[in-house]
Design a protein around this ligand. Structure first.
Ligand code: HEC
Length: 389
């Protein structure tokens, strides 16, 4: 079908492609259906394909050649494409029991390359949830390479069962930052995940600080009070405590002298924040916060736990040789996990040597840094911070 191919490949012919896809769906020819799935990434074309198949009242249509292109579409970065591909997938025959067993075997075979395993893991996005959930949960483990964990998340994301949230909440403390970033997206990707997510946030198995501002807003502004009410309760707890700030309020009224603030910074902050060529990157470079008001800066210093950037969450790793290592994770590559300890020293633990890995719920930045510091010295420090280049 050369004309069909041209229509599917050319954006300008998109309306024609959608009509064609509907026609292809209604013809129920497996090869044609697979061809459309291979050619398109357009959600409306996919939806028309699904409604064509549905028109003929068919379910469980067997289209083996559709598996690979569908798998690609189901893990697309676009939610609209994933949803439309899901509509098609729902009409085709699911992976057979035998294929699923084979997929589980390869998915969990640590002797195979991560990329190959990832392909099979994504197939587990289409099995019965209860049958594949233990395998997928088991793959969310710091001993597994990141691509393997990412594939497990993609497979979980393809399931509509709210049990997905429980798995992610259980594994949360043991996820490295890159895995967490994707896990939050999965948690926020379906409405039926939001209520159990809020429960996990309330119970503390997922710390509220793990969600950034826009992600919190997504929950706080959701068009359903069943979501916004618990969200307000959860994130209300993470609004600033006026008493903590109040103790230093006086410093905001004093004029500061940046030259006197520098030694204060050296003493209290340089062990974690870099300025120019000095200091270490345990915390973020502070050049990005110089535009903030002194009050906002003071807030970040006295209440570091209000929001913790995911890349700066503290982890504890127990290594196979019995060592306990603390720090932020600066790399999560194939070979292992690299922790940067306070003071800036990097240590890599080989993946197979990770006996346990867990995050602490708190920021690496201590809350009581300014304890005993005179208000004038705090004012000087704030003035110094505003001038960091
Ligand atoms: C033990 C290490 C450590 C020390 C000491 C420390 N910080 Fe931090 N700081 C961090 C980490 C880690 C973060 C990022 C995690 C977070 O947001 O809590 C951070 C975050 C910040 C932020 C927010 C940055 C942003 O992009 O939002 C500011 C401001 C800050 N620190 C200022 C200071 C100042 C001023 C001092 C000295 C008085 C100080 N820090 C001492 C580790 C430290």
């Amino acid at each position: 079908m050369p004309l069909a191919r041209a229509a599917l490949a050319d954006r300008a012919l998109a309306p024609l492609a959608a009509d064609l896809a509907r026609l292809v769906g209604a013809r129920l020819m497996p090869e044609e259906i697979a061809e459309v799935l291979r050619m398109t990434v357009d959600p409306s074309t996919l939806k028309e394909l699904a409604s064509g198949i549905r028109l003929r009242g068919r379910r469980n249509l067997e289209v083996p050649a559709a598996r690979e292109p569908l798998e690609r579409l189901l893990t697309s970065s676009s939610a609209a494409v994933r949803e439309a591909a899901g509509a098609v997938a729902g009409l085709l025959k699911r992976v057979s029991g035998e294929e699923l067993n084979e997929a589980v075997r390869t998915a969990t075979d640590g002797s195979r390359p991560a990329e190959e395993r990832a392909r099979f893991i994504r197939l587990l996005g289409s099995g019965e949830f209860l049958a594949v959930a233990p395998t997928l949960a088991g793959l969310l483990d710091p001993n597994q390479e990141e691509p393997v964990q990412q594939a497990a998340l993609a497979a979980l994301d393809a399931h509509a069962d709210p049990g997905v949230v429980r798995i992610l909440a259980d594994r949360w403390r043991h996820m490295t930052p890159g895995v967490r970033t994707r896990a939050v997206q999965v948690l926020l990707a379906r409405k039926d995940r939001l209520a159990p997510l809020l429960e996990a946030l309330r119970g503390g198995s997922i710390p509220a600080a793990s969600l950034d501002g826009p992600q919190r807003q997504q929950l706080l502004n959701f068009p359903d009070p069943a979501i916004t009410k618990p969200a307000a309760a959860v994130f209300g707890v993470t609004t600033p405590d006026p008493k903590r700030l109040e103790r230093f309020r006086g410093a905001l009224e004093l004029a500061g002298e940046p030259a006197r603030g520098e030694p204060v910074f050296r003493k209290l902050c340089l062990s974690c924040h870099r300025v120019g060529k000095e200091g270490v990157d345990v915390g973020p470079p502070l050049t990005t916060v110089t535009h903030q008001t002194k009050e906002q800066l003071l807030q970040s210093i006295v209440e570091p736990n209000l929001s913790v950037l995911p890349t700066y969450v503290q982890y504890v790793v127990e290594a196979a040789d019995g060592r306990i290592l603390n720090g932020v994770i600066v790399s999560d590559g194939g070979a292992g996990v690299t922790l940067r300890r306070q003071g800036g020293e990097d240590v890599t633990v080989l993946r197979r040597d990770i006996r346990a890995l867990a995050s602490s719920q708190a920021s690496a930045m201590p809350e009581d840094l300014l304890k005993g510091v005179e208000p004038q010295a705090v004012a000087d420090l704030l003035e110094f911070l505003k001038r960091i280049r």
